[in-house]
Design a protein. Structure first.
Length: 509
């Protein structure tokens, strides 16, 4: 463990505070996951990139982190304040698919985008529809303790029972009328304006596709309960860090605190980490606004996802960030220059291989979970003093409220430092365990890169051939629905198949 104090801005105390986990050396971290009714846009992904840096900073210093994320596949209405359309249902209608198909497709798409941006897939990822029993249990306890009530056959949380409901958001009841809530059609079942739904049975969604039996009738959970429950399920009753975008502060995180602390009867989460928005010249990038940018739209314009990651790292997570292609072009040039500078380091193949294996870069990588090097332990082939000095400087930059641009400055300092090239290379690989900008590409020859590409291609070919064989078997059995479903599944992955006299052929679209 490095001797570095971590200071984080805590939305709860509204100031930068020293981070102290509940259990020494261990961190429980919860992240609000995506609502999977559409692709994640690059604004959502800014939040996930910066949370990834926070997680990796803690790991870099030597903490043992367990990170949990939910997938919102039920219950999130178009207004965060329980009114409007169900987002998942709207997505299913738009694409003439079932809600579960939509959820699966966009969860997979989210994971693909996250991995392209070198975001480590959290240790636990749990969809809301997988946790219905836990939601019901928590709601029952809240009713028993008098924090919830049934009205109009829905279950509501009674915010008037809390002394400090607005502890996170510095809102007040009066502001609610005109402020954060964009809806006007008030729910007359609510005893107080800020009350929110824990379980819906009678709502305006007669046609809600997913419903479960509950003590209050056939229905489905509200949005906020899922994060309280999924966090409790995997991280227990004391949480170290909870993160999300700033739009989650109210009402979502405010309501999570209300539910969890009423349920547990004590303080629940100590640190709240919120990432500010990515904006365009016309305002916040939003899924509901349409016309948003995705990782694929950047790739179509030939931007490497690493360039977008660097774009995010260059500014502080608490400041709004304005997206423009001009800004991205500047970052792309800086990224190319950086790789070229690293390439000029003179490091023998033997040392390169040693460093790549020490930093875990060549070992099995699944779900972006690249193993971290041990903190405070320099590889044998480098100058120990210089390595440990810069490792600490880099950690300290990040530990100052995740100051990514200062951390990048330390990287450039290393390149300029009076040190041998092997030590510089080792430090760059070590820093990249947090920055995750794929800087190792500077050390891998283009032959090796194309070998890796070939391996991916042959894996893809084996997968497609397998699917084509399955489809042929289905057709033989006159099961045309399955055959069509397989063709659509491949099309969804960008593979076009053609039936010819010689058999079925395929190509990438
Ligand atoms: P959603 O899928 O809409 O539930 O949002 C996923 C995450 O992205 C949440 O943590 C949001 O707070 C965050 N988010 C939404 N819009 C933006 C934006 N324009 N910039 C940064 N983060 C955002
Ligand atoms: Zn959440």
């Amino acid at each position: 463990m490095l001797d570095v104090k971590v200071n984080l801005y805590n939305t709860l105390g509204k100031r930068v505070e020293e981070f102290k986990p509940n259990e020494e050396g261990k961190v429980g971290m919860y992240t609000c996951g995506p609502t999977v009714y559409h692709f994640a846009h690059i604004g959502n992904l800014r939040t996930y990139i910066m949370e990834d840096v926070l997680e990796k900073t803690l790991r870099f210093i030597g903490y043992d982190v367990k990170r949990v994320m939910n997938i919102t596949d039920v219950g999130h209405l178009s207004s965060d304040g329980d009114t409007g359309e169900d987002k998942m249902l709207a997505g299913a209608k738009r694409e003439h698919k079932s809600v579960m198909d939509i959820a699966k497709f966009y969860t997979d798409a989210f994971k693909t985008d996250a991995l392209k941006l070198n975001i480590r897939w959290p240790d636990v990822v749990d969809p809301a529809t997988n946790c219905i029993d836990e939601f019901i249990e928590m709601i029952e306890v809240l009713l028993d303790k008098g924090y919830a009530y049934v009205a109009g056959e829905n279950v509501y949380f009674d915010t008037s029972k809390l002394k400090d409901y607005y502890c996170l958001s510095a809102q007040n009841e009066d502001e609610l009328v005109i402020g954060a809530r964009d809806d006007v059609d008030e729910d007359t079942n609510k005893r107080n304006k800020a009350d929110f739904v824990l379980w819906f049975t009678k709502s305006k969604f007669e046609n809600q596709e997913l419903k479960w039996e509950s003590p209050w009738g056939l229905g489905y959970p509200g949005w906020h309960i899922e994060c309280s429950c999924i966090s409790k399920k995997h991280l227990g009753e004391y949480l170290d860090i909870h993160c999300g975008g700033v739009d989650n502060i109210f009402p979502h995180h405010t309501n999570e605190i209300a539910q969890s602390e009423s349920y547990f009867g004590h303080k629940w989460c100590n640190y709240w980490f919120h990432v500010n928005h990515l904006n365009t010249s016309s305002g916040k990038m939003a899924k509901s606004a349409g016309g948003f940018l995705t990782v694929s739209s950047l790739e179509e314009k030939d931007y490497d996802p690493m360039v977008y990651r660097l774009f995010c790292l260059q500014s502080h997570y608490r400041k709004p960030l304005e997206f423009s292609y001009d800004a991205l072009d500047n970052v792309a040039a800086a990224y190319d220059k950086l790789i070229a500078r690293i390439k000029r380091l003179e490091v023998s193949d033997e040392i390169k291989n040693e460093l790549l294996s020490v930093s875990g870069k060549t070992s099995d990588v699944t779900d972006g979970r690249v193993p971290m090097s041990e903190a405070g332990k320099a590889p044998d082939c480098v100058d120990q003093k210089i390595y440990l000095d810069y490792e600490k400087r880099f950690a300290e930059a990040l530990a100052g409220d995740i100051n990514t641009s200062s951390a990048i400055t330390v990287l450039y300092d290393v390149l300029k430092a009076d040190a041998d090239d092997a030590t510089k290379a080792a430090l760059i690989l070590r820093f990249d365990e947090v920055l995750s900008l794929d800087l190792k590409r500077a050390f891998v020859s283009s032959d090796e890169q194309s070998d890796a590409g070939d391996a991916v291609d042959s894996e893809l070919a084996a997968y497609v051939e397998g699917k084509i064989a399955e489809r042929a078997a289905a057709k033989k059995n006159k099961d045309f629905a399955t055959a069509d479903a397989i063709r659509d599944e491949l099309a969804g992955k960008g593979i076009v198949i053609k039936d010819t006299r010689e058999g079925t052929t395929w190509e990438k679209a």
